[in-house]
Design a protein around this ligand. Structure first.
Ligand SMILES: [Zn+2]
Length: 128
């Protein structure tokens, strides 16, 4: 079943947030957030799995991919695991997007290509 996701957009700068806020963290304007028509996100489907006891699970050593930033690699246990998903969490303005974009920049220089997907910021905000 598709899930509707509510978003609020700053009428002054276009910054997008998932919950209404009185002050825009981007342009610092007050009371500029307005509800945006909900986006539809398709749910995962067709995925099934059976529970496995850990003692029965195998161990595979995986070659990790360096992010180009030694401290981030350290936090990730040696780099990114191919095919994995990393969730960046933190307060608004703490630097999650900056870290993600910096990682994309470093990895694009080392790898052939990087796909940057954002569910919160517009392409124009990312380009800025
Ligand atoms: Zn704003």
């Amino acid at each position: 079943m598709p899930k509707a996701v509510q978003q609020f957009v700053c009428s002054n700068c276009g910054f997008t947030v998932s919950r209404w806020q009185g002050k825009c963290p981007e342009c610092e304007s007050w009371n500029t957030f307005a509800k945006q028509a909900p986006a539809i996100h398709a749910a995962l489907s067709g995925v099934s799995a059976q529970p496995v006891r850990l003692h029965a699970a195998g161990f595979v050593r995986v070659e990790r991919i360096s992010t180009g930033m030694a401290e981030l690699d350290l936090v990730l246990g040696g780099g990114l695991v191919p095919g994995s998903l990393v969730l960046l969490g933190g307060d608004p303005g703490i630097g999650k997007s900056t870290l993600a974009l910096q990682t994309a920049l470093y990895m694009s220089k080392a790898a052939s290509s990087v796909l940057y997907i954002s569910g919160e910021e517009s392409a124009e905000q990312i380009k800025l």
